[in-house]
Write a protein that binds this ligand. Structure first.
Ligand code: AHM
Ligand code: MG
Length: 345
């Protein structure tokens, strides 16, 4: 019997590889505005920067880029060499992109107003934590980049906006693979860097967080200083057989929660009544991503995304995760608020 002739699909009819670049182009076409064109370019600048950062991280133990630089950032934390490198790479990529008018970073005291020709279309502020979890660097642990993008009106470059107004947010996880997770407000998409071709390729579309998980992620060494509602919630989790996982890098911990469910928290303590994590470039982008995946982000007294920001580096208590787990924790916190008028008892 004759072999059936093989069918050759004409090139133009083959599905294009699902790269981050194609995803951004499709989103831009769907939005059909000039603004979405520059927004795609801005996200694509972050993706380019993340490839450079991933490469620097890979050789960090070989090229003398591990360790502190002897400077302290505005948060009072020792800056690592790679914190500074990642910050510079992102600023260089972003300030050259049309539409970027303001940059804000964990590593810089103040917002940077970009000095360039006036933007023609939409104008954007990009806030970022260039290298989150950098205390993991010396031990080869996972770290990440977190970003948050807003549209800004002329003359309002330095006015901070609530997280609800973000137009794009995401993170890059530098672990065994480099993973880019983002939202443009239409669900959460996930891309893995294919080192053979240097492109991010889609690994998850419209990611959904499980409604409930079996893991909590918190720095348990601080538990004695947590408000009572947090302590009761953690006791309940242990009684119900939850496991505990904590990488010490928010990006790695939230990524696990996004995929497997459960809850990540950084509660207030007596010494740090607003916790440790920063609203504008840690809590807000992560909260929007988790919400876009069907989860919740709360401070213990309301949605993270509704917090009206006062300053670039302000901190908020952070609860992120599966809707049922976040609801259970918030209910415990609310019990104390009702009984003594203060959820932080
Ligand atoms: P960083 O941005 O300076 O690295 O700090 C933020 C990190 C988060 O990634 C992580 O969740 C948290 O700090 C860990 O803090 P701790 O060591 O107090 O548990
Ligand atoms: Mg951080």
């Amino acid at each position: 019997m004759a072999e059936p002739a093989s069918v050759v699909v004409p090139l133009r009819n083959r599905p294009a590889p699902q790269t981050l670049q194609n995803h951004l182009l499709a989103a831009e076409r769907a939005a059909r505005t000039d603004g979405s064109r520059s927004l795609s370019w801005i996200v694509s600048a972050i993706s380019s920067a993340s490839k450079v950062i991933a490469a620097r991280l890979r050789t960090a133990g070989l090229d003398g880029n591990l360790g502190a630089v002897g400077e302290v950032n505005v948060q009072g934390e020792d800056q690592q060499a790679l914190d500074v490198i990642a910050d510079e790479v992102l600023i260089q990529e972003l300030q050259a992109r049309e539409g970027v008018v303001v940059l804000g970073s964990e590593e810089n005291d103040d917002l940077i107003v970009v000095d360039g020709p006036p933007a023609q279309g939409c104008r954007y502020a990009v806030l970022f934590d260039p290298l989150d979890g950098s205390s993991n660097l010396d031990v080869g642990g996972s770290v990440g980049t977190i970003f948050s993008i807003y549209e800004v009106a002329p003359g309002e470059e330095t006015n901070l906006q609530a997280g609800r107004r973000q137009v794009a947010a995401g993170y890059v996880l530098y672990g065994p693979s480099t993973i880019f997770v983002m939202t443009l407000g239409d669900g959460v998409d996930m891309f893995v860097l294919d080192p053979a071709i240097g492109n991010y390729v889609r690994a998850g579309e419209k990611v959904r967080i499980p409604r409930r998980g079996k893991i909590y992620s918190v720095n348990e060494a601080n538990v004695e200083g947590f408000p009572a509602g947090y302590r009761r919630f953690l006791d309940n989790c242990r009684r119900q057989g939850y496991g505990s996982r904590y990488a010490g890098a928010m990006v790695a911990d939230v990524h696990r929660v996004l995929l497997k469910g459960g809850v990540f928290l950084y509660p207030p303590t007596a010494l740090a009544p607003n916790g440790k994590l920063r609203l504008m470039y840690e809590a807000n982008p992560m909260a929007w991503l988790v919400e876009q995946a069907g989860g919740r982000g709360d401070t213990g007294s309301g949605d993270i995304l509704d917090v009206e920001p006062g300053s670039l580096h302000e901190r908020v208590p952070v609860i992120l995760g599966s809707p049922q787990d976040v609801a259970a924790l918030c209910a415990e916190i609310a019990r104390d608020r009702h009984s003594n008028g203060n959820g932080n008892a």
